[in-house]
Design a protein around this ligand. Structure first.
Ligand SMILES: Cc1cc2nc3c(=O)[nH]c(=O)nc-3n(C[C@H](O)[C@H](O)[C@H](O)COP(=O)(O)O)c2cc1C
Ligand code: SF4
Length: 363
């Protein structure tokens, strides 16, 4: 797959799907705007591979063929603008509620995540095999509907990350204990996905370089997982960090107001880069071309992923190409989550307020 530039729209839950996960016209138009704004690769918001892997409202589902027509409209909208689109596949594991999952949440072990209300149920071998198969089915559907790639979400504390982390994986069978065993579920998911889409279809993974939690997945675990995937010909690894339990060191940090607070996972990404041959995408807090150019030209990062800057400015890359090189206008306040939960889709609340200010008052 050839991209027109090194910019990736990192997976961003848009909150624009129906309750069952069916995509809407609003989502297609969001992707069309991103493609028209010259983002090299768009990664969708996380799509649940089984209904019990669902988390927050408006999330996309890839567990059924019933949404084929809508899925094809998404890919068509991007391809009409000469863009590329990758579907992110997820199972939320213990980072959900029984209400959203429609059952007691499943996880590697019955370890409660503080931020979620229920203690999950430890998965049986049968559950493991079924969820591995569900990831494969999701990938096969994505390819059939015209997606250009798939990304396995193994970061941010969701199910695969829970298997990788010693904090949430207390299993005593072949899926727990040593780092080899904790990586087994991820490897099985990757192999199933690969066998469904074939050797030439791009398959990526989003991996935490660290959970930023005492006793959680650390950089040596991440390097181990990355090497295993690299040997098995993963096409790229996107390096993130943190889970919903990591507080200020979570995946979506606030207060990125100067170049030194930008690129907060870059050091982890570079450590992984040194250990593998596949391309690396770095994500987390990239805002200025000064920091981005340094990460690419001096440090050799292959791709730069951004999420919030594209919520505020879907045309950001086009703006930079046209010569306005000022940093992304996103102030990293995380105000965009709320309308996703309450108003049928995310948008930049700061941009909306400023637009209202510009158009109100006397002529
Ligand atoms: C509204 C919102 C939704 C997100 N949804 C996802 C998601 O579905 N999957 C994922 O891997 N990361 C998700 N993220 C995290 C981003 O992909 C990214 O890793 C993080 O925001 C840091 O990048 P940024 O500083 O450029 O925003 C989301 C972030 C935001 C703000
Ligand atoms: S609300 Fe706007 S400024 Fe705040 S984080 Fe979201 S996109 Fe950025």
């Amino acid at each position: 797959m050839t991209l027109t530039n090194r910019f990736v729209r990192s997976a961003t839950w848009e909150g624009m799907c129906e309750t069952d996960g069916r995509p809407t016209l609003k989502l297609a138009s969001c992707y069309r705007d991103l493609a028209a704004g010259d983002v090299g690769l768009i990664i969708t918001g996380y799509a649940f591979v089984r209904p019990d892997g669902k988390q927050i409202p408006g999330k996309m589902g890839i567990y059924t063929d019933d949404f084929a027509a809508e899925m094809r409209s998404l890919t068509q909208a991007v391809h009409n603008e000469s863009g590329k689109i990758c579907m992110q596949l997820v199972h939320s594991g213990g980072q959900t509620t029984a209400k959203a999952a429609g059952r007691r949440p499943l996880a590697p072990s019955a370890v409660k995540v503080e931020q979620f209300p229920e203690e999950p149920e430890a998965m049986s071998k049968e559950d493991i095999d079924e969820i591995v198969a569900a990831f494969g089915d999701g990938a096969r559907r994505a390819k059939k509907y015209g997606f250009d790639a798939v990304q396995i979400h193994a970061a941010h504390g969701y199910l695969i990350n829970q298997f990788l982390s010693p904090l949430t994986n207390r299993r005593t069978d072949g899926y727990g204990g040593s780092v080899e065993n904790r990586c087994r579920f991820l490897l099985e998911v990757y192999r199933r996905v690969r066998s469904e889409v074939g050797p030439d279809f791009p398959v990526f993974v989003k991996l935490n370089g660290s959970d930023n939690l005492q006793g959680g997945l650390d950089i040596s675990d991440a390097i181990h997982a990355a090497r295993l995937l690299d040997i098995e010909k993963i096409d790229a690894i996107e390096v993130s960090g943190g889970t919903s339990a990591s507080g200020e060191r979570g995946p979506v940090r606030t207060r990125i107001d100067k170049p030194v607070s930008e690129a907060y996972n870059l050091a982890l990404a570079l450590e992984i880069k040194q250990a593998v041959r596949c391309p690396i995408m770095a994500v987390g807090g990239f805002r200025s071309l000064e920091v981005i150019n340094k990460a690419v030209i001096e440090n050799g990062t292959d791709y730069i992923s951004l999420s919030r800057p594209f919520i505020r400015e879907p045309r950001l890359i086009k703006r930079w190409k046209e010569g306005d090189l000022s940093p992304a206008r996103c102030i990293s306040c995380n105000g965009c989550f709320k309308p996703g939960l309450k108003e049928g889709g995310i948008y930049c609340v700061v941009e909306k307020k400023e637009a209202e200010k510009r158009t109100s008052g006397p002529l």
